[in-house]
Design a protein around this ligand. Structure first.
Ligand code: AMP
Length: 173
């Protein structure tokens, strides 16, 4: 696996969406078939023999990596979405942002008691979003099998938010 190839395919966009933030733009990786495919190979190799019942992707870029991983590993795929997007009965969790709060939802019937859940997103920064989805999973009676990210922004120590659960990231920057 050539992780440098994956790193090189991610575009850094300074000061987006606001000054001081360096945005990790994965659209360039998606346009590079070799790098996208290699990213999926790394995820598959990591979770091939893991005890997982359902993969939950976080809106929106978690869907891009979560759906093909679920298909390749033969697992069902569920989605955690921003408020008001899911049409059937939902369970919700509110979480803190730098300013104010946000909310994330999942369909109530997506997870059954005792299901082992792998949560996936493109990137972990502070860890707040992923932790909220973990709470959502537990609220539905699921067990967190682990978290998976393409990119870990290591300087922000987001992984601390997810302890004691296992966390895998394809690359750290
Ligand atoms: P956080 O809750 O702080 O871990 O933020 C994670 C969520 O915000 C993920 O869904 C990411 O896609 C997005 N995100 C946060 N920071 C960045 C960044 N620097 N570049 C790209 N996406 C980001």
């Amino acid at each position: 696996m050539d992780k440098n190839k994956i790193k090189a395919a991610i575009r850094n966009v300074p000061d987006f969406p606001k000054p001081g933030i360096q945005f990790k733009d994965i659209t360039t990786l998606l346009l590079d078939h070799g790098a996208f495919s290699e990213s999926m190979d790394v995820f598959c190799e990591e979770f091939n023999n893991s005890e997982i019942d359902i993969i939950v992707g976080i809106e929106s870029r978690g869907f891009i990596f979560g759906a093909p991983l679920a298909l390749r590993l033969g697992h069902p795929f569920a989605i955690a979405r921003k408020p008001g997007k899911l049409p059937a009965q939902t369970v919700a969790v509110e979480y803190e942002l730098e300013y104010g709060t946000d909310r994330i939802e999942i369909h109530k019937d997506a997870i059954r008691t005792g299901n082992k859940i792998l949560i996936i997103d493109d990137l972990i920064a502070t860890g707040g979003t992923a932790r909220a989805v973990g709470e959502l999973v537990e609220k539905c009676g699921g067990e967190i099998a682990g978290y998976a990210f393409l990119i870990n922004l290591a300087a922000l120590n987001g992984l601390d938010q997810l302890a004691p659960h296992p966390v895998f990231s394809v690359i750290e920057v």
